[in-house]
Design a protein around this ligand. Sequence first.
Ligand code: GLN
Length: 326
Amino acid sequence: MTLFRLLTEGTHALERAKAPDAKQDARQLLLAAFHLDMVHFLMNRMQELEENRHNQMSIKLYWEMIDRRCRRCPLQQILGNQEFMGLEFYVNRHVLIPRQDTETLVELVLADMEHRRNGERLVENALLDLCTGSGCIAISLAARGGFQKITITDISKEALKVAERNIRTLLPNWLLSRGEIPWREMFNITEKMVEILQGDLFAALWEDSRKYDVITANPPYIPTAMISVLEPEVREHEPLLALDGAEDGLRYYKRIAAAAGGYLKPGGRIYLEIGFDQGGKVGKLLEFAGYEKIVVHKDLAGKDRVVVAVWPGSEEGWKENQKKLV
Ligand code: GLN
């Protein structure tokens, strides 16, 4: 048996199962099962594999992985990771796999921070990321160095375990808290901390009166009737809880728009990922709730993807407050 033969047979198995990208996926799974990089694969692919325990185990693992992919389990769940904003996030079936579309949201927050600072040493103090899932939005923003504190919330305990694991590997210098330490004491502990809270949107924050500079969310937004026409990878393997936005797909935007103002500082911003046809409706919901400067931004494919809005209050006042914190 050779690596090349395994690759060919695996590719055929995937093709028979009508899984897309058969050859690329078979190659990635082979490399993962044998802990090989591309160079070593190319050098050794025609050599007869030695009959040792390591190779036997790797072949067994490879066929198990191919089998899962034949059943349309997403490649990222089989490999256990997905790259997002240049970072490698751990993922499993309890979280939505980070999408490139969502990088648009992160890049908008980063660009606004740059713009708002305009060369000044301002500190974006606090970020709240709702429906955090794998934590990809909050963690990549934190890793870029902009925030002093981040709070992440999700209704799913299992999702928060994934986010916590990503925080530990990707933000090793940040202190973790599960909300048991009162907020004011946290200020004395460290300047860089991330708080993990479980609960349904703002319910995770209890009757807390703290305010945030930025709120981000990629809530479930697929209309229920559309779920059945999604790809099997999404429909059958990604968490429904992270996808289903109820009848019109807008359930969570309505709740977020109604409540988020109470958690934003004057001049604070909210960034919501949306479905391609939801820009107008989500914009209206935010307008109705009293937000200003509502802008719908497009993703790289040219589709509406992110709505940004500002909670009323003076930008100057916001800047003065931030300077005091430096
Ligand atoms: N964009 C995701 C998809 O295409 C859905 C994300 C969401 O509902 N938040 O499946």
